[in-house]
Design a protein around this ligand. Sequence first.
Ligand SMILES: NC(=O)c1ccc[n+]([C@@H]2O[C@H](COP(=O)([O-])OP(=O)(O)OC[C@H]3O[C@@H](n4cnc5c(N)ncnc54)[C@H](O)[C@@H]3O)[C@@H](O)[C@H]2O)c1
Length: 247
Amino acid sequence: MTTINLSGRTALVTGAAGGLGAAVAETLHNAGAQVALLDQDSEANRHTATRIGDSAVAITADLADLTQLDRAHREAVERLGTIDILVNNAAMAPMNGLWEIEPAEWDAVFAVNVRASFFLTRTVAEGMRTRGFGRVVNIASLSGQKARPTSVHYGVSKAALIAMTRNFALDLAAHGVTVNAVAPGMIETPMVHTIGKQKMAELAADIPVGRIAEPTEVADLVCFLAGDTGAFITGATYDINGGVLMR
Ligand SMILES: NC(=O)c1ccc[n+]([C@@H]2O[C@H](COP(=O)([O-])OP(=O)(O)OC[C@H]3O[C@@H](n4cnc5c(N)ncnc54)[C@H](O)[C@@H]3O)[C@@H](O)[C@H]2O)c1
């Protein structure tokens, strides 16, 4: 198997304090990249960066706030030099049903899951385009491809992220910058722990492979797309859902 070598590359991963983002940051670091972890939870983020290694950088920002997003981008560039790889991973997923969602909650979900990903990608991609190299990986979700009983705002935001992936991919394809999405089914992270053990076991029983994903399994796919291995892949959405959606 090809070993992915990211030596000399730099990566910014959002929502990296825990869960999938932390696994992605660690996997990219282990492949040789210098990583910056961005999260609103400064303490957990610092802790995760320290665990990953001395060269890992922790940046605190609430991505729902565009001023903080801009500041975080500037800090990442100051500390990394450039950003070669961007992983838009941060998201929120309130578990309300279709009839319960208030406008403020709808807006909050879109501010993080869609608006922040759009403006951060646009800002970071300027440098990537100038240098003629870049990798953007958007963490979407099976919920953006298939209806679920709750969290319609989350599902619609992930469908938007998949559409946005194609738009950026088209715009940047001729400039050495690839933009792809990864659409996981259930992953073993704090986000799914809110569902409860009993419900999680029921949901896992409906997955053809019979279990939910480990964060590292999704992180390995992100790393593949971030490496030279991903050079001819752009505008794609990779399903990684244990066979829940086959197409
Ligand atoms: N866990 C799953 O089953 C699953 C399935 C499909 C897709 N995903 C996607 O994977 C990604 C990671 O999910 P996870 O399960 O690790 O979630 P998580 O809730 O465990 O982690 C999300 C991280 O994002 C950070 N974050 C949230 N809002 C933020 C904001 N406004 N500014 C800065 N940081 C913010 C949180 O502090 C947290 O560290 C998300 O995009 C999620 O939609 C998860």
